[in-house]
Ligand binder design. Sequence first.
Ligand code: PHE
Length: 345
Amino acid sequence: MLLEKIEELRARVAELKAADEEALEALRIKYLSKKGEISQLMNEFRTVPAEQKRELGQKINELKNLATARFAELKEGFKAQEKQASKIDITRPAAPVELGTRHPISLVRKQIIDIFSRIGFTIADGPEVEDDMHVFTMLNFAADHPARDMQDTFFISTNPSDVTKNVVLRSHTSSVQSRVMERTQPPIRIICPGRVYRNEAITARAHCFFHQIEGLYIDKNVSFADLKQVLLYFAQELFGPETKIRLRPSYFPFTEPSAEMDVSCMLCGGKGCSFCKNTGWVEILGCGMVDPNVLEACGIDSTVYSGYAFGVGVERITNLKYMVKDLRMFSENDVRFLDEFVAAK
Ligand code: PHE
């Protein structure tokens, strides 16, 4: 009889649950107080025959210990819950989700790409680690041209018996020109955006890497007038319809004739100010007609085809558009600087 009661109570105690601390206390009184069910067992215990006392006494004790431990455990559970609950302030506003912004260089690169894709230019890509062949040789750089020099170019490896096998970090995106011309016959109409490297001391005005966008158009009867028209369109799309351009003679090994292009100063509109050093003009890119030697080196018949190329510095344009005074800002990733471009698209 008593043994069954003990077993039954034991089963109940093992399954005990309480919704809150108050309910738990009520249960504790029900089972463990002086008049509780477990204490009541003692009354019956007195009447059991002597030979069973030892075994039953032990069982009752075990039951008591089990119940005490179970209550302690449940109580502990409530305490932990309470602690947790006090840590979470459910009335506190959620942390704002901070949206990143496009990097100014990416913004301007995208603007430039958009302008040229509207008139049919597609994007071409090439490696940043390049061989001398594509960066210099195919682009008509003489073997002793200073641009090949250690002072300008980062070398990955050199090959004294054959300089065309030198491996370098490309110093201009014109290397993509060579790659595209080598594998495609005209018409070719591409822009090549990318990062380039030059071995320069890092200052406010120069950095060891920057970004360029190279343009290349090759077809039958492409003339300097076509180049000028496309560049005028580009300048006006970028800086506004009032913008004027002027081309000054220049030199690049891979173009003949070559020119540098200025746009009318975006600050004073060409009247002359401290920004344009009172000239009314600011320089923005290099360009020219692709040298026939380059076409031939790339397997394109220069008696049938002609073309133009131009190269724009993305940092340069970004500086002009957003008046960034120090080139280093672009690679420092200072959030206060980057945040200034939130509104720009
Ligand atoms: N590659 C030249 C530079 O890095 C720019 C350029 C490109 C000039 C195409 C003319 C034609 O300075």
